[in-house]
Write a protein that binds this ligand. Structure first.
Ligand code: S3P
Length: 191
């Protein structure tokens, strides 16, 4: 994959993409959709800066996401997410990997749409479970590590994800390189 990545990174196609993509790319999607993984390859391919809302929040609060949930509760965390989005507003050419619940507040969706293109990554509940099952970093899934819970929560959020998205990329059974390529092609097709 190393070689393939370098080949693509140097290709004229990505060079063109780097010139054309002058806005922020907001990556949204359910936990385990691949936002962080896609974000770090995209950062290399498009030579953009990468930020992660969860990481920014954890740094600012001086504790992990599970600790924030435990100490202050979910509403407090959601406010941190909204504040973080606002702080990113003035920056350009950022790849923003957003926490899976960012679409829950309509004000967040408005901000994301103003900041750049919103890209929804999707995965089936089965793929999602396979990707997240060993993680202890997601308080919402603690004690709920099963496809039924994941499918139900995904369904509850589905409309919100779809309404926020400018572009949708399914990630099941695709390599990370394929996902990035599809994502960038779709961005280049967008007006
Ligand atoms: C959450 C998703 C997590 C994190 C928090 C809540 C959610 O981010 O923000 O645990 O409500 O879907 P990832 O989607 O990066 O796992």
């Amino acid at each position: 994959m190393g070689n393939l990545k370098d080949e693509r990174k140097n290709s004229e196609w990505y060079a063109e993409a780097r010139q054309k993509i002058s806005y922020n790319i907001m990556l949204i999607g359910f936990m385990g959709a691949g936002k962080s993984t896609v974000s770090s390859l995209l950062r290399d391919l498009l030579q953009m800066e990468e930020v992660d809302t969860d990481r920014l929040i954890a740094k600012k609060e001086g504790m992990s996401i599970p600790q924030i949930f435990e100490k202050h509760g979910e509403e407090y965390f959601r406010q941190c997410e909204s504040d973080t989005l606002l702080e990113l507003q003035k920056q350009k050419r950022l790849i923003v990997s957003c926490g899976g619940g960012i679409v829950l507040r309509s004000e967040n969706v408005e901000h994301m749409k103003k900041q750049g293109k919103v890209v929804l990554l999707t995965a089936t509940p089965e793929t999602t479970l396979a990707r997240v099952k060993n993680s202890k970093e997601r308080p919402i899934l603690n004690n709920n590590m099963n496809t039924e819970f994941i499918a139900e929560l995904m369904e509850k959020r589905r409309e919100k994800y779809l309404a926020a998205a400018d572009i949708i990329v399914a990630t099941d059974d695709k390599s990370i390189v394929e996902i990035c390529e599809e994502l960038v092609s779709r961005l280049l097709e967008e007006k």
